[in-house]
Write a protein that binds this ligand. Structure first.
Ligand code: 5AD
Length: 352
């Protein structure tokens, strides 16, 4: 089968054989790309129309107990200036965000164990009390199942926890011995069972990643059926062991966005900040490849520069919430519309 036939097959059957995935991932012509994105856009529009959902990202702490080799806020980066927003600062961010039109708040942070579950639950329930029409998403890494249950009961709707790589050796080459893919997958299964809209995902072009790893991740995501998938390019950070590793490419990232849209037609799929960092119009191109979510930064400007997962992270342009007008223009220039809505997972299965 040629790549166009493979793309048609992928759209119809939502999966391919390993060798077919390999061909698609490694031999894509410009013509094939256009065909892929035409199909991924059609599928996306069937579920979500022209709506682009916006999520207000509140990076509330950059303290982290983990030492992921790729990440700028890893515990052993002594240059990183650590901060933790106060309860009031978080509520202020959300209030500002609500006024701007955000109806989802994403509380993202390192694995900061000094914030107790009681405190976390107080933040969550206060956010929900102030903004009952909003969804709250957590992105705070690995916790005990009991903690995940408490946050859910406190009102959290969604949880993002990228699996990073389902291939054990590759996962291990990106993390220290305290982290295993088994533990990560246990967390993801717990989250889904508890009832969260659950997100997994990977970096594209992370160090040591091979096409076979990517295929394993595609097959895993097909099986896991996440509600959300986060995928952006790896970008090196100068104060990490991966400082000299090359960044992931725009093309590879866009291919993966298009492919995952066909595997998981109704998935909530962000055009990530990392994609907007490697090329200025990266997020528009992400939307045109099948993404339907953007996550502008709502964190106070004073701390933004400190939440640096990778070098060059954009934090003053259209990704910043203040520049929502610019973002709206960018979304419209791609032919889409910024939606003031919670933007939940479209559960119903529309046959294609
Ligand atoms: N480049 C790109 N993405 C990164 N992340 C962390 N460090 C980097 C980096 N250097 C991603 C990880 C993590 C998410 C919060 O940010 O995939 O899950």
């Amino acid at each position: 089968m040629n790549n166009k036939e493979l793309i048609k097959k992928l759209r119809e059957q939502r999966s391919l054989e390993r060798d077919e995935f390999r061909k698609l991932l490694t031999e894509m012509t410009e013509d094939d790309e256009e065909f892929l994105y035409k199909n991924s856009r059609e599928v996306r529009e069937r579920y979500y129309g022209k709506d682009v959902y916006i999520r207000g990202l509140i990076e509330f702490t950059n303290y982290c107990r983990r030492d992921c080799l790729y990440c700028g806020i890893r515990a052993s980066n002594k240059e990183c200036q650590r901060y933790r927003l106060t309860h009031d600062e978080i509520m202020d961010c959300a209030k500002t965000g609500y006024g701007l039109g955000f109806r989802t708040f994403v509380m993202q942070g390192g694995e900061d164990m000094t914030i107790s579950d009681d405190e976390m639950c107080r933040i969550i329930s206060d956010l929900k009390t102030d903004h009952p029409d909003c969804a709250v998403t957590l992105s705070i890494g690995e916790r005990e199942r009991e903690s995940y249950e408490r946050y859910f009961t406190a009102g959290v709707d969604r949880f993002l926890l990228r699996h990073e790589s389902v291939t054990p050796e590759h996962y291990s080459s990106l993390h220290t011995a305290s982290q295993t893919i088994e533990k990560r997958l246990r967390c993801l299964n717990d989250l889904k069972e508890i009832g969260y809209q659950t997100g997994c995902g990977i970096m594209i072009g992370s160090p040591f990643q091979t096409v076979d790893h990517i295929i394993n991740d595609l097959i895993f995501m097909k099986e896991f059926q996440p509600h959300m998938v986060g995928m952006g390019p790896f970008i090196p950070h100068a104060q990490t062991p991966f400082k000299d590793k090359p960044a992931g490419s725009l093309k590879d990232t866009l291919h993966m966005l298009g492919i995952i849209r066909l595997i998981l037609p109704n998935v909530l799929l962000p055009a990530t900040t990392a994609l907007g960092t490697i090329v200025p119009n990266g997020r528009e191109l992400g939307l045109l490849a099948g993404a339907n979510v953007v996550m502008p930064n709502l964190s106070p400007t004073a701390v933004r520069a400190k939440y640096t997962l990778y070098d060059g992270k954009i934090s003053t342009g259209a990704e910043a919430a203040e520049c929502l007008a610019d973002l709206k223009e960018r979304i419209e220039s791609a032919g889409y519309e910024l939606a003031v809505a919670r933007g939940d997972y479209a559960g119903q299965d529309i046959s294609l």
